[in-house]
Structure formats: C-alpha cells, structure tokens
Design a protein around this ligand. Structure first.
Ligand code: SF4
Length: 191
C-alpha cells in the first residue's frame, strides 16, 4: 500500500478506535486514549516503525487493547523494530520526568523509546498523524521535558540531547546551536 492509500485507511481506523467504548471509566477519561488510538491506527495502517505490539511485549500490548479499545480484533503488520542500546536510558529519561497523573505514562514511555529506533521524525516513527500530536503527547506525559524544549527542537533530537547531556556525552559539532552547521537537522519544520 503506498503512502496516499494509507492515509484514508489510517483516518478511518483512528475514528473507529475512538468510537469503541473503553473498558472502564478511567480508561475513557485518560488523555492518552486519543494519542494511543492514533499510534495504534498508524501501526495498523502500516505507517511508522513500531512493531505490532508497539514495543510493549505481547501481554502488556494485549492489556492496552483490552482496556482502551476492547473491540479491536485485528493485528498490525508483524515487523521488527531495531533494538537500540540506548532504549532503557531514553525510557528512564522520560519516566524520570513523567507527569505522575496516569499509569499509561509508563506505556507511552516504552512506546516512544521503541520508536526512537526509526529513521524518520519521531512523530512519523510513532505512526502519529502530525507533529502536534507528538507535542501533545510530550506535554501530557512528560511536561518537564516539554517545558525544557524552549526552542522547539525536533523531538527525537531533543530527547537524545537531554540523554547525552545527562550522561556527560557531548557530540555536538559546535558550542551553541546558533552557530552550528547542523542547525537545520535539529530545528525547523518536521514534515
Ligand atoms: S544545532 Fe548543533 S549544537 Fe545544537 S543540538 Fe543540534 S547538533 Fe548540537
């Protein structure tokens, strides 16, 4: 299926997921539900880089579907996502900055860390519809990180930069972003 064909499919899947009653009132009220619906719809429509279980492992993925979208009875493509050595560091970075409002923050941190293995912008690797959804995801789940991204750096670059500065790793080619030849890779539109 080529990219234009996937878009209507993704839109219909997203609407269908949100139309399903959640298993419980807490799941229906969780602000992550529409974000998870978008990620699940993207994976079902074969966009992004996430595996069918979103990187959660089968039992936890089954739990997510059971609680948030109990009517879903199809699986997305069974593809492999590259295992990255920094996965647990990225996950820890997010969990250390989680909002502590909803248990689903744990699921989201695992999914985002898995999507960091992709080769595109993070919102695309997550199978989201646009970058605004990823910004909302960051604000809902990891508000301290979202606040720290004052210059609106591309989200994957931003997470890696946070992780590297925490570890004392300095890989940037310039002392400051304003004079850096790689500026466009870290900032600017993510289309
Ligand atoms: S713009 Fe250059 S200095 Fe700034 S984060 Fe990117 S690579 Fe590092």
């Amino acid at each position: 299926m080529n990219a234009p064909d996937r878009l209507p499919c993704r839109t219909a899947l997203f609407a269908g997921l949100l139309a399903m009653p959640a298993a419980a009132a807490w799941a229906a009220a969780d602000p992550n539900r529409p974000l998870l619906a978008s990620i699940v719809a993207g994976q079902l429509a074969d966009t992004g880089c996430l595996p069918a279980d979103l990187g959660l492992g089968e039992p936890i993925h089954a739990y997510l579907i059971r609680q948030y979208f109990p009517g879903l009875d199809t699986c997305g493509p069974q593809r492999r996502t590259e295992a990255i050595p920094e996965w647990s560091d990225l996950q820890k970075l997010m969990l250390d900055h989680r909002a502590r409002e909803y248990p689903s923050e744990l699921l989201v941190a695992n999914i985002v860390a898995t999507a960091c293995a992709g080769r595109d912008h993070l919102w695309q690797d997550l199978g989201l519809a646009n970058r605004n959804e990823l910004s909302r995801l960051m604000w809902v789940n990891f508000p301290a990180l979202a606040r720290a991204n004052t210059a609106d750096m591309k989200w994957k670059k931003f997470l890696y930069r946070q992780f590297c500065s925490r570890e004392g790793i300095y890989v940037c080619p310039a002392p400051s972003c304003g004079v850096c030849k790689d500026y466009a890779q870290c900032f600017g539109a993510e289309n």
